[in-house]
Write a protein that binds this ligand. Sequence first.
Ligand code: ADP
Ligand code: 5GP
Length: 207
Amino acid sequence: MSEGRVGETKGLFIVVSAPSGAGKTTILRKVLKICPNVLFSVSYTTRPPRPGEEDGREYCFVTEEAFRERIIQGEFAEWEEYSGYLYGTSAKTMKAFLEKGFDLMLDIEPRGAKALKKNYPGGVFVFILPPSINELRRRLNQRGSDNKQVINERMNRVLDEIREVVWYDYVIFNDRLESAVDQLRSIYVAEKHKRERLAEKIQDFLV
Ligand code: ADP
Ligand code: 5GP
């Protein structure tokens, strides 16, 4: 369900996916703290905020009507339905940040991630896995922000989501949190130093 194209951009974008409860939000928060040049791409959602979540920080929380209006206006780079709610990435915001040279991390489920991979060249795709399915269930219960029905719905999707891992560029097993944080940061640093991303700077030496 993708619309529009970012085209050639200056910033790097990293899309992070994981089955719900694998620890993606926790890892992303820590990486963003230690990588000041990286911004978090704040998605739009119709899901109600969880305790502690702030409008404009974790998500832009909007009504379904407002979300559907944005779909009609072609504002989303991609959007998807997940567990009865809508989630989408603003193409305008993404493009503006990347063109200004900021790097972005996006937290997106696999179908939306696949749409970005198809339509927005140059992204890096990272999949986070829990150490086991039992540990995933334990973490979802421990988070305490969702009721039993929501947790069961999310668990039912897990295998379908994990099957998508085959087309991602990198995989992180979130066993020890600090290692997982270090691995995501390392992926970012390595990607920033790919020769083709530094072509312009290298060219300065050659003229
Ligand atoms: P996601 O964003 O992938 O749905 P969260 O980041 O909300 O997952 O993490 C789910 C729960 O698991 C939270 O309570 C979090 O504190 C916990 N958690 C995250 N990473 C680890 C880890 N490496 N070891 C133990 N618990 C973790
Ligand atoms: P949560 O409700 O736990 O915050 O997120 C549920 C799922 O929606 C997660 O898998 C998360 O990655 C995904 N998600 C968050 N924002 C977006 C978005 O903009 N687009 C898509 N396709 N998925 C998103």
